[in-house]
Design a protein around this ligand. Structure first.
Ligand code: AFP
Length: 332
């Protein structure tokens, strides 16, 4: 007889059983992230219909203001967590300042990119949401910045929602990486990828080639190297780039390879954000046996200075990331 599918809630409760000191609040927090995923997935399924439904992009047929999906996604995170009593502060790519939640003494801090890859909305390509969960010692009563701006190694959980052909929730609490696929007919996330392990080496690279002439020579040399025909080292690698960090990293997490949004000569800090893109994805990929670096430093060791600071990101299979670092540092 087929095994009964493991739901997200059952999995979290079973994991929590291994931690008698766990109070269950953390389990509810993760379940609430799943709820946000269901709500945003619902909105995205109709996103392309706004024009067809005659909305001007200003107000829709119900007379509501049709906000950009980034804003809708951010509002969804705020609505789900502001009264939850689980989170004392919410930091988001869409909000300049961290938002203090109603229960300022709640245990956890949540940092999110509420809608990653938003330029893909109009062309029905994949999108994602990225989250990082930290423990608050003092709650949001005092200045939250200093407690938020800790290294990535201080995260207690991290993950992402991938709005692709199916909606997936992938996360780690520091005991491996697990993937759940939403079964829309019952509104449940079912365990589909238990204990994901990234291959040590892959054959896919993911980068915006359009930026080639902005890169320093070492980065250019690495990408040139990947394209040379050499059977013994599995080259040339295949290029895959969707414009959504979550989708590209998810492909690499499952199949191996390397995603790069490198520093540029004129913009050495790159484009992606450390606190709610680089750090959470680095925790996930490291927990699956991979690596994540700025090209010079392990992402999780970067000392944050500001909430929205950018960081170069090279992430994926350990061997591929190590090779990219060697080129970027001029050692190859
Ligand atoms: P947006 O969420 O602002 O669209 O940015 C998406 C993203 O942060 C990441 O998801 C993509 O991998 C990357 O930017 C795409 O950036 P380029 O368009 O510069 O390649």
């Amino acid at each position: 007889m087929a095994k009964f599918p493991i739901t997200l809630s059952r999995f979290i409760i079973e994991q929590q059983a291994a931690h008698p000191e766990a109070t269950g609040e953390f389990s509810v927090l993760l379940t609430q992230i799943g709820l946000v995923g269901k709500m945003i997935a619902h909105d995205l399924r109709r996103a392309g219909l706004n024009q067809i439904l005659g909305t001007t992009g200003e107000t829709n047929i119900q007379g509501e203001v049709v906000k950009k999906l980034d804003q809708i996604a951010n509002d969804t995170f705020v609505r789900v967590f502001e009264q939850s009593g689980l989170v004392c502060v919410l930091a988001s790519e869409e909000m300049e300042q961290p938002l203090k939640m109603v229960h300022e003494g709640a245990k956890y801090m949540l940092l999110v990119d509420p809608l990653d890859g938003s330029s893909n909305t109009d062309v029905n390509m994949p999108l994602g949401a990225i989250f990082s969960i930290r423990r608050s010692q003092v709650g949001a009563r005092r200045g939250v910045e200093d407690e938020l701006l800790q290294k990535g190694t201080q995260q207690i959980a991290a993950g992402y929602v991938l709005y692709g052909a199916s909606t997936m929730l992938v996360f780690t609490v520091g005991q491996g990486v697990h993937g759940f696929t939403l079964e829309p007919s019952i509104g449940e996330y079912l365990l589909s990828n238990e204990n994901i392990r990234i291959p040590k080496k892959g054959k896919v690279y993911s980068v915006n080639e359009g930026n080639y002439h902005r890169w320093p020579a070492g980065t250019q040399k690495y990408l040139d190297y990947l394209k040379v025909q050499d059977k013994a080292t599995g080259r040339p690698y295949s290029g895959r780039y969707s414009g959504c960090l979550v989708a590209d990293v998810h492909r690499i997490l499952l199949g191996g390879g390397v995603y790069l949004y490198p520093g540029e000569t004129a913009k050495p800090e790159g484009k992606l954000r450390l606190m709610y893109e680089g750090n959470p994805l680095a925790m996930v990929v490291e927990q699956a046996g991979g690596s994540a670096t700025t090209g010079l430093t392990r992402i999780l060791d970067v000392e944050p200075k500001t909430l929205h600071q950018r960081v170069p990101l090279i992430i994926g299979s350990a061997e591929d990331v190590g090779q990219a670092e060697a080129y970027i540092q001029g050692r190859a």
